[in-house]
Each structure stands twice: as C-alpha cells, then as structure tokens.
Design a binder for this molecule. Structure first.
Ligand code: GAL
Length: 672
C-alpha cells in the first residue's frame, strides 16, 4: 500500500512548483542554494514537460531530469514528481487532432495553450499510460521521489468534451447506470417534450439545443464527465503504484473553486493517496481570508480529517484576474499558516522562480523578478523558518465544531436553466452560511449528505436542492437522535434524477422540519424584505404552513408578508431549524447563535477577523490564532503553554499583534 504522506519528508512541506526547464542549467545550482536558504523541503517538478521528455513519438530524453533530480536530492529536498499529461506535445495533436476537445457549441479548441484534452480520446488514454510507464520505470525507485503529482488540476480549464468519441463513452456510462433504454427514458423523463429514445445511438451529450435541454440528461452528463476524468487519473495512478511501490500518488484539487466546478471531489478523494489542493485568493473580494478558510476546511473534509497538503497558492499577486492585487506585507504568511491551522501539513506555492517568458510571467513567485533584495523574498525566508518551527503540529487533526453539507452533484442540478430564480445560487448560500460560522468563530467540517453526522452537535444545510430518500432518512435520524439541524431554503426539493418529491415542498424534509411550503415567492432583482426581528433578506421568500414547527420570525412585507420566515421544530430528541429566505449576514449569525445554543455549543466571543482554529495530536494541542485585523488582540488560553513561532511562554493569554499569527502549543483554549 502506498504511503499517505510524501515519503521521506519528515517535516512540514514547504516549497513550490519548480519549472527549471525555463532556465539554463547554470541557474539550477543557484535555485537549490536559495531553496535551502528559504527552508524549502519539497518541490513539484515536471508538470508541464511532456514535449521535453518525449520530443519525438517514442523517443525519450531523460538526461535533464536525471540531472535535476540528483541535484535536488543531494540538497536534501524531496520531490513531488509530475506526470505531464496536462500538456500533450504538438506532435501528439498533429497525429491525433481528434484529441483536442470540442465545446458545447461544436467548436474544436486549438493547441497553443494547455489542458486542451478530450479525456475520452483513445489515443490520449494510451499516451498517458505510456508516458506514466516511462516515468514510473525510470524514477519509480529514485530516492528523490516522495510523491507522484499526476496531471494538473483536472477539469481546468476544460472538463467536458462534446465530440463523437465522448458521446460513445457517455452512452457506455449510461448503459452501465441504467442497463436498458426503458430505464434511461424513465430516469430522464423523456415523455416530456417528446424526447423518447428507441435506440442507444440516438442518445447524445447535451449539445447546444434551441432552448432548455433535458435537465436529467445534463445532470448525468456532469456526473459522467467527472467520472470520465477520474478514470484517466486512475489509469496513471495504477501504473505508478505498480512501478513505484510505496510512493503515494496525488493530483492537485481545486476544492473550493467558486463556480462549483466540474468534479465531484468526494469521489476523487477516495482515489488519491494524499489529498492535495490549490487555492488562490480572489484578490479583489473583501475578507478573502474567509474563502481561504473554507477551501482549507473543504479539503480537510475530503481527506476525511487526515492531514492534507496545500500544493499551490501564491506569494503575491496572480496574473489571471482582472486586477491582480498584490498581497500586503504579512498576508502571505497569514494565508499559509491559516492553511496549516486548518489541517494542511505544509504550504507550497506556484511557483519557485518567476518566469520571464510565457503566459504566467506576471505571476508572483517565491523568488520574484526583483530577486532576493525584495520584500517577498524576505517574507519567504521568514515563512520557511515559521514552517520549520511548526514541525510539531505534523499529523495532528483539526478540532471542528459543526458540520456543513456539501454536494457538488446537487449544485450542478441547481445551476441548470429554468429554476425559480436565477439569483438563488447554491454556492452563494454556502459561502454566506460559512461566513456566518466564521464570524461565530465556529470551525466547520464539510460532509457529504450521506455521511454519518452523529458526531456533530450542529449540522447546517446551506443548499441541498437534490436530496435522495436515503439522505432525507440520514437527516431525520440525525435529528431524532438529538442533533440540531439548520436547513436553508430550496433544499430537499427533487430526488437525484431531478424529479420533484411528491406532495408539497420540501418533499424530502417536510416531516423533519414540521412544515410545508405552499408556494415559492422569489423576489424582484434587488428587492429586500424585512423580518420582524429587524433583519432583512433578499432573493427568495416562501409561503409556509406550520405543521408542528414553531414560528421564530415572520416576514413583515413582500410576497410572503405575515407568514413565518424562520421556524424551529422539536422532533425526537433534536431540533430542526428552517430558514426560508436568503438572510443577510446579521440574520444568519443570529440563527447560528440560537441554533448553537440549542446544540449547547458555546460560541467564542472574539473580535471580528480573529481566526482561531485548533489542531489536536498525540503530543499536544495547537491553537492557531490569526489576526487579520488592524489591531492587536488578546486571546485567552489555558497555560502553561509555549508559543511555537516566538518561543514565548504563555500562561493565561496570548497577545497577537495586528496582522500576525501565533501558535500556542499544549493548551486547550479556556472558553471552549
Ligand atoms: C494554477 C495552476 C498553476 C498556475 C497557477 C497560477 O491553477 O495549477 O500551474 O497556472 O494556477 O495561479
């Protein structure tokens, strides 16, 4: 069995993507020297090098990589070795033009960028196995190799391909799922708009249609796409497992990409040996450290609570946003240590040395264009020391307070056209509820809706439009046994085939919530409604009939005026809250405060933007306090304890200057 952590890396990981193929060999020695100065422990190599490794079909040039691996290894730095299958060479496409992906509009994309892949192309599938075999044979037992980094960010920038080969693969996937055409017709509701199929060959990807395309067909297509890409990861992984025994295999996720992108990472996480993630701030958004925390919490949850690894983030500005705002002094360190606080056993970057050529030349790096006489470099060296000092946290696990349900498949379904309101977005609601939990200083685990939830005193369902009977039963069981459930609007509406549950909304949750929804009454664009507790909400309202639940707050105006807006139902040994509208931040925080009281979960009364998260290990507990604010703060701790970054002895309080991070070891925070 492969290890679950880079082999031979007995420290936290620190380093980044290292692309020395862009530089003459004379630079490589300097790179390695500076890496040591910065405290780098691991680098990712080879991710974009297929055309260098195999310059002509079947002819390989490994000399440069042999040399590089030896150089890095001699410096005591571990290597995450990439398979370059995100960038097949030009000769490959010349021979196999059909391996370029086709868009939904029927346009075949061109070579000249990266990630132009039809994952159902037989030629591509053969080629990735063959290059993975070559690398596995040559480097499978190389002492530098600690981890295999397969491909790069599957699904980005393109996931689905609408070509004929993919159509055939889709039909095979559907035949597997439904066995007969009759079942497919039933599942897709093809009697509607006369879409009945009487031959498999008639079944197509959801290509561009004159108006709304069959939603069940689109949802299955999204599931198929995620599975089809995963098959290609598994192809490479299995080759590497066979040729590189014991070395773990990963691929870098983008777990919190904001558009609920195309992979169901719950399924993917089961297939990797170590969960790894990339995260980039959306620099222009206010308080973007909340999205960072959310990304880290999702990734840790994908890893089932085990340590995971941040493979990429940035030291400063990226280059692909409209305005690439530079990180402020200290921000990089806070970002990195927030990931570590939330379970990453390391912090890595894209990339080591800033490129001078190519599309990413204005992207920040550990070693910027300004060189070592720069603020970024000084902060990189300082961070390397901090990461070194945090070695004791390795292997410890984050202590979470509550769970939030998270389901990519439901979000794909909700995103389809012709829903009751274009403004009601699953991801927006998940972000809003997460921000409320962040402001209550509650640490969140994310959970698949089918997961065992009994370990959590409080579970939030921020948006779960699709809900199978088994998920509904899971939530019912959770509440009956004493859990506190908070459900947000437009959840439990359809089953996994996008079929409305029978009876009034929310079909799957009526009994547990103790109410029915007579009607959805979406709001006008920009309209706000007022609730009788003084808070406001927008986008959505519902006309509710109570069937056992109590009314907590009501709408005072708008289409549902006079009706309950927020309800609470005591059932079994637990409680189920329902929030029928898109509450603003104040309202969400208030609901969470009250639901947390039901769950007997004491909140933490800390100032805004003081991030507090704890990891617990065999040898101690580690309290990370990250001060994102402009003022010094004092946080109570139980001592005696030691602060790991300054060495300071701590008794009852830790003072954290504005913008700084402190990690208090062997203590339990006093107010929990
Ligand atoms: C990532 C990608 C890297 C680099 C980086 C720039 O998504 O994996 O290769 O392009 O973005 O921010």
């Amino acid at each position: 069995m492969a290890a679950q952590w880079p082999v031979g890396l007995d420290a936290l990981a620190y380093g980044g993507d290292y692309n020395p193929e862009q530089w003459p060999k004379t630079v490589w020695r300097e790179d390695v020297r500076l890496m040591r100065e910065a405290g780098v422990t691991m680098v990712s190599i080879g991710i974009f090098t297929w055309s260098l490794l195999e310059p002509e079909p079947g002819q390989y040039d490994f000399g440069w990589l042999d040399h590089l691996l030896d150089l890095v290894h001699d410096s005591g730095i571990r290597v995450a070795l990439g398979t370059p299958t995100v960038v097949p060479p030009a000769w490959f496409y010349q021979r196999n033009p059909e391996a370029l992906p086709v868009t939904r509009e029927g346009v075949r994309l061109a070579f000249g960028s990266r990630g132009a892949i039809c994952h159902s192309s037989a030629a591509y599938q053969q080629a990735i196995v063959s290059i993975a075999e070559q690398l596995g044979r040559r480097y499978g037992r190389h002492p530098a190799v600690a981890l295999w980094h397969v491909h790069n960010e599957y699904g980005v920038p393109v996931s689905a391909c609408y070509c004929d080969a993919t159509a055939a693969a889709f039909r095979r996937w559907l035949a597997d799922r439904y066995t007969t055409l009759k079942e497919l017709n039933e599942a897709w509701g093809t009697t509607f708009w006369g879409q009945t199929y009487n031959s498999w060959t008639q079944v197509q990807p959801p290509r561009l249609t004159p108006t709304a395309c069959n939603p069940a067909q689109q949802l299955d297509w999204a599931r198929f796409t995620s599975d089809e890409l995963l098959e290609n990861f598994i192809r490479e992984r299995d080759v590497l497992h066979a040729l590189s025994p014991g070395i773990p295999v990963t691929t870098n996720f983008q777990a919190a990409l904001s558009q609920c992108e195309s992979l169901d990472y719950w399924a993917w996480a089961r297939e990797v040996d170590v969960v790894t993630n990339d995260h980039y701030l959306v620099a222009e958004t206010d308080r973007n450290h909340i999205n960072l925390a959310m990304s880290a919490d999702i990734t840790r949850s994908l890893a089932n609570g085990r340590p995971w690894l941040l493979l990429e983030h940035s030291t400063g500005a990226v280059n692909w946003q409209p305005r690439n705002i530079a990180k402020r002094p200290g921000e990089m360190g806070r970002n990195s240590l927030a990931h570590v606080g939330r379970g990453s056993d390391g912090a890595m970057f894209f990339q080591w040395r800033a490129s001078r050529i190519g599309a990413e030349k204005f992207h920040s790096a550990m070693l910027p264009h300004a060189g070592t006489e720069s603020r970024i470099w000084r902060e990189v060296v300082r961070l390397g020391r901090a990461i070194g000092a945090l070695a004791p946290v390795r292997g410890s696990r984050v202590v979470a307070d509550i769970a939030m349900l998270w389901d990519w498949q439901s979000w794909w379904a909700q995103r389809l056209e012709w829903r009751p309101s274009v403004d009601l977005d699953a991801r927006e609601r998940a972000d809003a509820w997460y921000a409320a939990a962040y402001d209550r200083h509650l640490t969140v685990d994310f959970a698949h809706p089918d997961a065992e939830l009994s370990g959590y005193p409080l579970v939030v369902v921020p948006a779960l439009y699709t809900m199978s009977e088994s998920v509904a039963a899971n939530l019912r069981r959770y509440v009956e046994k004493g859990g506190v459930l908070v459900v947000s609007c437009f959840s439990g509406i359809v089953d996994e085939r996008d079929v409305v549950h029978p009876g009034p909304y929310p079909g799957a949750l009526r009994d547990v919530l103790g109410l029915t929804v007579d009607e959805f009454t979406p709001l006008l664009e920009g309209e706000r409604v007022r609730l009788d507790n003084g808070t406001t909400a927008d986008i959505w309202a519902e006309v509710i009939t109570l069937e056992g639940a109590e009314r907590i707050w009501s709408y005072t105006n708008g289409p549902a005026a006079g009706h309950p807006a927020v309800t609470r139902h005591t059932t079994g040994r637990g409680t189920a809250w329902y929030v029928s509208t898109c509450l603003g931040q104040d309202g969400l925080v208030t609901v969470l405060r009250q639901a947390a009281a039901d769950a007997m979960l004491p909140g933490r009364d800390l100032p805004r933007d003081i991030e507090v998260v704890e990891r617990a290990g065999i040898e101690g507990r580690y309290l990370f306090v990250i001060n994102h604010s402009d003022e010094e703060t004092t946080v109570p701790v139980t001592g005696p304890a030691t602060e790991l970054l300054t060495g300071e002895n701590v008794t009852a309080h830790i003072q954290v200057p504005a913008g700084e991070v402190r990690v208090v070891a062997r203590t339990i925070w006093s107010e929990r």
